[in-house]
Ligand binder design. Structure first.
Ligand SMILES: Cc1cc2nc3c(=O)[nH]c(=O)nc-3n(C[C@H](O)[C@H](O)[C@H](O)COP(=O)(O)O)c2cc1C
Ligand code: SF4
Length: 409
């Protein structure tokens, strides 16, 4: 009997979701609807079996870095001490809406994932961090079930870097959500010096489904390098739409599902403010790590920001860079000194300053900050700036002559 067949609740079989609506498959967020759609929590099977199932599933983290989830659980399990599990729903990236949508529409899948991982790893504490808007709905969801009373709920801090894993730990512990150096891994010493596992809320929701319906079901859609589904936030001007799509779906199809017209797209910032610009000629790239690698991009946390035809990518990049420089915790050299210099140079490029050495300066400055911060904020910022220099190469030359191709188009 497969894990899928084994799901019989109150005399009726639970059919696993068959289409791409998995995380968002329940009709409403109430616990009763959740149980009717997905069934009760699966029984305990032990940390080793859980880790093996997640490895077979090939689930990678949905918080941005796409680290294999089974490896993180294995590292936490190896520590051998009762530790801490944190569900990261901070969603510090202002473009993203997928975590808040998931918490709003399917809070019980996230709670299930958190409770399952905590139980299987023998964790002493389970925490959930989210934005102020989600606190009340999550509290309501916790009150609807008898097993969630021990979860500690926290409000995130309104800052881009507040969702970085060590900043999340600092936010809970000290009330200051700033990253710390990663010399000691959180899985060795995190909250209260105990082994701490931080997982994105979408990752936890997938875990809840994999442990119910099995790795084969998880892999039954998606691409071999990006199995299962993922949530995308399609951003067009001031509008954001959250779409659940199979891994490897074409960029154009995800954009269409999010209400954007691919024919009107000049470029897409894939992966959000720490992502990479992909131009309109790559509109049919598969949204998977392998499909996006030729363009220097990756799905990241699933953000797709559309730059419509007629808008200047360099000016938009300058705005984002200024924001990112301002959002750093300013406690490391690359952020305190490097990012403001990069923002200044990028601002001049965006304003069509007739200085043809600015791109070279930007390449030098981005090389100087990369890999030098306590967290990856400088690296992500540098990557986004460099991708703009490549994607908008023609505009770069026009800007150095005081012109803007796109504005003239
Ligand atoms: C500057 C910065 C900001 C981040 N913000 C978030 C965030 O808001 N939410 C999130 O889940 N992960 C965020 N991350 C990634 C986390 O550090 C961590 O890798 C993630 O929560 C782990 O979950 P996953 O393995 O399920 O992806 C951020 C990372 C960096 C470098
Ligand atoms: S690299 Fe920047 S954002 Fe990261 S900890 Fe250092 S100052 Fe803060």
């Amino acid at each position: 009997m497969t894990m899928v067949d084994a799901h019989v609740q109150g005399g009726h079989a639970i059919t696993p979701p068959t289409g791409t609506a998995r995380l968002l498959a329940a009709d409403d967020p109430a616990h009763a609807a959740h149980l009717a759609r997905f069934g009760a929590l699966p029984g305990r099977r032990g940390a080793d079996a859980v880790i093996a199932e997640l490895e077979r599933a090939g689930l990678a983290g949905r918080g941005g870095a796409a680290f294999p989830t089974w490896r993180k659980l294995a590292a936490a399990a190896q520590s051998g001490r009762s530790g801490v599990i944190i569900a990261n729903g901070s969603e510090g990236e202002p473009l993203s809406a997928k975590d808040s949508t998931l918490l709003h529409r399917s809070p019980h899948l996230v709670l299930d994932g958190l409770l399952l991982v905590a139980a299987e790893l023998g964790a002493a504490e389970a925490h959930l961090v989210t934005t102020s808007a989600q606190l009340a709905p999550i509290r309501r969801a916790m009150d609807q079930r008898a097993d969630a009373g021990g979860i500690r709920l926290h409000e995130t801090h309104d800052r881009f870097v507040a969702g970085e894993a060590s900043a999340v730990v600092n936010g809970i512990e000290r009330g200051r959500a700033i990253p710390r150096d990663h010399v000691v891994r959180l899985t060795a010493s995190g909250l209260g010096r105990r082994p701490t596992l931080v997982l994105n809320v979408e990752t936890l929701a997938h875990i809840a489904l994999v442990l119910r319906f099995g790795a084969d079901w998880f892999r039954s859609i998606g691409s071999s390098d990006d199995p299962g589904t993922r949530l995308f936030t399609v951003v067009r001007g001031g509008e954001r739409a959250v779409v659940e799509a199979a891994g490897g779906t074409l960029l154009s199809a995800v954009l269409r599902a999010g209400g954007a017209d691919p024919a009107r797209v000049r470029a897409v910032l894939v992966g959000g403010f720490h992502g990479a610009w992909v131009t309109g000629d790559a509109i049919d790239a598969p949204m998977s790590p392998a499909g996006l690698a030729p363009f220097g991009a990756s799905p990241g946390a699933g953000i797709l920001m559309v730059l419509p035809r007629g808008e200047c990518g360099l000016a938009r990049t300058a705005q984002i860079t200024a924001y990112l420089a301002e959002q750093s915790a300013g406690q490391c050299g690359p952020c305190a000194n490097g990012l403001p210099e990069i923002a200044e140079a990028m601002g001049r490029v965006g304003r069509r300053d007739r200085n043809s050495s600015l791109p070279r300066q930007l390449r030098e400055l981005t090389a100087l900050v990369t890999g030098r911060g306590a967290c990856h904020h400088p690296d992500g910022t540098a990557r986004m700036v460099l991708s703009a220099l490549d994607a908008f190469d023609h505009d770069l030359r026009a800007h150095a002559r005081g012109l803007c191709q796109e504005a003239a188009a």
